[in-house]
Design a protein around this ligand. Structure first.
Ligand SMILES: *[C@@H]1O[C@H](CO)[C@@H](O)[C@H](O)[C@H]1NC(C)=O
Ligand SMILES: *[C@@H]1O[C@H](CO)[C@@H](O)[C@H](O)[C@H]1NC(C)=O
Ligand SMILES: *[C@@H]1O[C@H](CO)[C@@H](O)[C@H](O)[C@H]1NC(C)=O
Ligand SMILES: *[C@@H]1O[C@H](CO)[C@@H](O)[C@H](O)[C@H]1NC(C)=O
Ligand SMILES: *[C@@H]1O[C@H](CO)[C@@H](O)[C@H](O)[C@H]1NC(C)=O
Ligand SMILES: *[C@@H]1O[C@H](CO)[C@@H](O)[C@H](O)[C@H]1NC(C)=O
Ligand SMILES: *[C@@H]1O[C@H](CO)[C@@H](O)[C@H](O)[C@H]1NC(C)=O
Length: 330
């Protein structure tokens, strides 16, 4: 083709695209209508100024469309600029796979019930906001969820036991809220994948359910709650658990009797009421981090493995632990 002609063709195409967006618009009109309703419900905030009805919604800020269906599959609004409640209309984007409201301090109200309609949802992240109310039971209906993060909010009430019915969950983050009550017994019966469990910085109380002995979690963070009693069921020689943080609770059990798997990388038990001593088995574990400070441990720290590579703050403030890196036993 003649170079001039092809340039001309290109230019014509370019101008027609610019002048007549409808020609190249990929956005589904139903999705566009819903997004504009969401913008209106948020009172036309500055952050959504690119949401212009004259342009293709698949190009809008924070919106992406599926490359084959052109339906809106992701809405990720982070770093501020929104105020008010989550609009009910978010439930009217039926092809959404990712919904995220993150770092939105002026976002208030409950977790919008219409989210229950989003059956294709894989990732739901509502974090660092001021949303309040309870963790809703309906989340267990979103069977395709792999990632559920509700961290750093103002959520209250107890954790719904139905969340263990989510068959594909890889991670459950409910940390840094004001959740109360017990860890559900059902959490020992996750079907399908076993999620990483982040429940720290809440007001969870009572015993850790013994049912958790059956499960092989990869990461557990139950720190900064009011959990009591035994936690040994979390561990076990045959597990593949890597990271466990149970610090700053009221846990009370005999550490000497616990068997640790070789997979463990990081273990934080500081500020509890744990008795017994450091088990010799821990010398066999390739730990990168250990903190058992502020407990009621006694006896000699076994020599070997990584146990002497940590400084004294790993072990200090116990009843009568001794031996390197602490002063030697008398
Ligand atoms: C939250 O609202 C206040 C008061 O309207 C405003 O000054 C502030 O910038 C908002 N913050 C964000 C991150 O949107
Ligand atoms: C929630 O709102 C309070 C008061 O307006 C504010 O100080 C706080 O930073 C907000 N929380 C979050 C997580 O943004
Ligand atoms: C859930 O995901 C699977 C696999 O990606 C898909 O086939 C199925 O249609 C999804 N379910 C819903 C309700 O979208
Ligand atoms: C949380 O909710 C309480 C009561 O509803 C309110 O006083 C507080 O400002 C909210 N925000 C934070 C961050 O605690
Ligand atoms: C761990 O696995 C070994 C070998 O498969 C088995 O003999 C042993 O009973 C298991 N121990 C526990 C506590 O499940
Ligand atoms: C902890 O268990 C060990 C081993 O069974 C036992 O010798 C020790 O007396 C127990 N310590 C406490 C404080 O119960
Ligand atoms: C262990 O935890 C205590 C209490 O939080 C802290 O003071 C100390 O620095 C920690 N040590 C290590 C090695 O993490």
């Amino acid at each position: 083709m003649d170079l001039k002609l092809s340039t001309l063709l290109c230019l014509t195409l370019l101008f027609s695209t610019i002048l007549n967006p409808a020609l190249s618009e990929l956005c589904n009109p139903k999705d566009k209508k819903v997004l504009l309703q969401i913008k209106k419900a948020f009172n036309n905030p500055y952050v959504l100024s690119s949401w212009d009805p004259e342009t293709d919604c698949c190009d809008w800020y924070s919106v992406t469309c599926d490359s084959t269906t052109n339906r809106v599959n992701s809405l990720t609004l982070f770093s501020g600029g929104l105020s008010g409640q989550i609009p009910t209309q978010v439930g009217d984007l039926p092809y959404l796979e990712t919904l995220e409201f993150h770092k939105q301090p002026n976002l208030t109200g409950p977790i919008q019930p219409s989210i229950a309609k989003l059956k294709r949802l894989k990732e739901l992240r509502l974090s660092w906001t001021n949303i309040s109310g309870s963790v809703p039971d309906f989340l267990s209906q979103l069977k395709n969820l792999t990632f559920l993060e509700l961290s750093f909010n103002n959520l209250t009430g107890s954790i719904p036991s139905s969340l263990s019915q989510l068959p594909n969950l890889d991670a459950l983050h409910l940390d840094r809220n004001k959740l109360t009550g017990h860890i559900p017994k059902s959490f020992g019966e996750f079907h399908g994948s076993v999620p990483d469990l982040y429940l720290s910085h809440n007001q969870l109380s009572g015993n850790i359910p013994t049912s958790l002995a059956k499960l092989d979690f990869n990461r557990i963070d139950f720190s900064r709650n009011k959990l009591e009693g035994d936690a040994s069921m979390i561990f076990g020689l045959n597990k593949t658990t890597q990271i466990v943080d149970l610090s700053r609770n009221l846990l009370e059990f005999n550490l000497s009797k616990v068997e640790f798997s070789k997979s463990l990388i990081s273990l934080d038990l500081n500020h509890n009421k744990i008795t017994g001593g450091i088990p010799v088995g821990l010398t066999q574990v390739d730990l990168q981090f250990l903190n058992v400070s502020y407990n009621r441990l006694c006896g000699q720290i076994p020599v070997g493995g990584k146990l002497q590579s940590f400084d004294s703050s790993t072990y200090f403030h116990n009843r009568c632990l001794c031996g390197a890196p602490l002063p030697s036993c008398k």
